[in-house]
Design a protein around this ligand. Structure first.
Ligand SMILES: NC(=O)c1ccc[n+]([C@@H]2O[C@H](COP(=O)([O-])OP(=O)(O)OC[C@H]3O[C@@H](n4cnc5c(N)ncnc54)[C@H](O)[C@@H]3O)[C@@H](O)[C@H]2O)c1
Length: 442
């Protein structure tokens, strides 16, 4: 096992460097998904090897040019399963870190780790990401990266003090349909985009907030004390580049409404009987939270949380501009003066094919069958490419925080009696001059 850094060593790397120093060549060159011949392998650690951590690991194990010196999980069983996956893929067994909730720190002290993937519960994302940056490790962090304004600032401050990039793994930013739409928006096909709707609508009561047996999982605990849009980043994932948020526009204010909580109690009464404790327990979280956001340019976004009533999954993206509209549920669009029939939807798939993003043309060749239809593979390869070239990650810390800020904005709005809440400018004004970078095609 590699010896962990001692305290003095750790302090040496934990501060001081500026963003400019760490990012040797920010603009990078044309991307390549695999290591070039003769390039040193990248050494990856994974923190949190539960369901999502192992799913991400399965994607990483498909990629050439990677080594896996260490993994961390407080659950020995989850850790062992991940170690087995690595060994079965033909690598040496990774060192395991499982000695309590802070043991991830020892993994991050190692000098033979270039980057970490973090897939722990929500409350651990920010502390782990900040610790990674302060130990000069690129971090790819599961969603949402932050739950409070304080955590958002912690991330921004750590990035600005260390210069080490950190990316939230918001996979829906990388979906093929969403990226094709981004290309269409950038070509001006919708005119000026003025309004977007988005949702995370997914019944997670019986497998994620609670186990199928009715036991509370870590996610369920957030429903007891908090009433807010708990999981908005999948909804916001494609929206911020469509609207140039963080690079030309920014959130000014948000206001949220929520209904009462009935879904959790009703589910437990239905499935386990009215005497089940969760059939009566008071949960703070309302069943549906709707948030309205207004931006500096005067555009609006509708964000919906709906995760505890019976329903199939969808994201309900709809984008409206001065020249037309796109609707994800209909898989259709309408462009004034261009669509074949006046005021009639036309199918989106031919447009998606025509405006397919270069990232997708490449990933389809390289990873047919990867998880989430290749989206997870794509986001990880782009993250690793940034690590390899020491460039900025495709989603940077400001983008990550912006998407996550819907959580504290909505919580504050609801707690204050459904009042508008001002969004802090986490870029400290940089949004005014930053040019769009995400997915810009050469
Ligand atoms: N992007 C997506 O599509 C997607 C899908 C599912 C989950 N997620 C996110 O992934 C994360 C993990 O979710 P999951 O469903 O895999 O949960 P999970 O419970 O299956 O896994 C979390 C793991 O973290 C471990 N853990 C907890 N505290 C730890 C600590 N201090 N140090 C090390 N390990 C610790 C747990 O033991 C567990 O194995 C969540 O943030 C979730 O929001 C994202």
């Amino acid at each position: 096992m590699t010896q962990p850094m001692d305290r003095r060593e750790f302090l040496k790397v934990s501060g001081g460097a500026s963003a400019g120093l760490f990012l040797a060549n920010f603009d990078g060159g044309p991307y390549s998904y695999a290591a070039a011949k003769g390039e040193k392998p990248l050494r990856i650690g994974v923190i949190g090897t539960g369901n999502r951590g192992r799913s991400l690991l399965s994607n990483l194990l498909l990629m050439p040019g990677l080594e896996f010196p260490a993994l961390c999980d407080i659950d020995l069983n989850a850790l062992a399963q991940a170690q087995d996956m690595v060994v079965k893929a033909g690598h040496p067994k990774p060192e395991g870190y499982s000695n309590g909730t802070e043991d991830f720190q020892r993994l991050l002290w190692r000098e033979d780790i270039d980057a970490v993937v973090i897939a722990s519960p929500w409350n651990w994302h920010t502390p782990m990401a900040v610790y990674a940056m302060r130990n000069k490790k690129y971090a790819a962090v599961e969603v949402p990266i932050a739950m409070t304004f304080e955590e958002c600032w912690d991330l921004v401050n750590a990035y600005e003090e260390t210069g080490v990039p950190c990316m939230m793994l918001e996979n829906w930013s990388f979906r093929q349909d969403n990226l094709a739409l981004l290309n269409m928006v950038r070509k001006g096909m919708f005119g000026d985009v003025v309004h977007v709707q988005c949702s995370h609508t997914h019944d997670c009561i019986d497998h994620w907030f609670f186990s199928p047996e009715g036991n509370m999982r870590w996610g369920g605990r957030f429903l007891i004390e908090h009433n807010r849009s708990q999981y908005p980043t999948h909804a916001m994932g494609p929206v911020w580049p469509w609207l140039n948020l963080g690079c030309g526009d920014y959130i000014v204010t948000a206001v949220s409404m929520t209904n009462r909580q009935m879904g959790i109690n009703a589910y437990f009464a239905r499935k386990f009987g009215p005497k089940h404790p969760y059939a009566k327990m008071a949960f703070a979280q309302g069943d549906v939270v709707t948030t309205l956001v207004r931006t500096k340019l005067g555009n609006t976004i509708y964000v919906k949380y709906d995760m505890q009533l019976p329903r199939p999954y969808d994201n309900q993206w709809e984008l409206q501009g001065t020249l037309g509209i796109y609707n994800e549920q209909r898989n259709a669009l309408y462009l004034t003066g261009k669509s074949p029939e006046y005021h009639q939807w036309e199918p989106f798939p031919p447009h998606m094919e025509k405006h397919d993003h270069a990232w997708w043309r490449k990933v389809k060749e390289q990873a047919p069958g990867a998880a989430h239809g290749g989206t997870d593979y794509l986001e990880l390869t782009l993250f690793l490419e940034a690590v390899r070239k020491k460039t900025q990650t495709p989603i940077d810390v400001y983008d990550s925080v912006l998407m996550s800020s819907i959580i504290p904005l909505s919580e504050k709005s609801i707690a204050g009696g459904f009042v508008p809440v001002e969004c802090p400018d986490f870029t400290r004004g940089k949004w005014k001059t930053k040019k769009p970078a995400f997915g810009v095609e050469a």
